[in-house]
Design a protein around this ligand. Structure first.
Ligand code: ZN
Length: 138
């Protein structure tokens, strides 16, 4: 993903705008339900667990674990540099993000591997949250 220029970017909606504004400023924001306390992602109008509308935006630690991943060798569009890794990361707060893993050879990735968010500015408006292995033992 060193290139990744010209890839299709998200179009924030009123619902998802706080998440993208957070990314642009280097903060990983997800919703949290005031009723059942679960973290929620992708952005929802109602909590998917308890249907409460009491959802507030909160900042995550930015750390988590690889829940699942796949290595893409044949991109859907030529703008993507291959191979690249599409992953589902389980945040330590409990929400799941569909993302890309970067700064790591695909054959070194394992389920359960500890990862942290790293932000990459793609345009004036959009900064994407990617994840990379946590290398420090601290
Ligand atoms: Zn809830």
């Amino acid at each position: 993903m060193s290139g990744a220029r010209g890839i299709p970017l998200p179009h924030p909606t009123p619902l998802s705008r706080p998440h993208w504004d957070g990314c642009r400023e280097g903060h990983l924001l997800v919703q949290r339900c005031g009723a059942c306390r679960r973290h929620v992602f992708v952005p929802q109008p109602l909590c998917p667990t308890c249907q409460s509308a009491d959802l507030a935006w909160v900042e995550c630690s930015g750390t988590g674990s690889v829940y699942s991943f796949t290595v893409v060798h044949r991109p859907q569009r030529p703008e993507f540099d291959v191979p690249y890794v599409v992953a589902i990361v389980e945040l330590d707060e409990g929400a799941f993000l569909l993302t890309n893993l970067v700064d790591c050879p695909p054959d070194a990735i394992e389920i359960g591997m500890r990862v942290e968010v790293t932000f990459r500015k793609m345009s004036e408006d959009i900064t994407l949250p990617y994840f990379r292995p946590i290398t420090s033992a601290a």
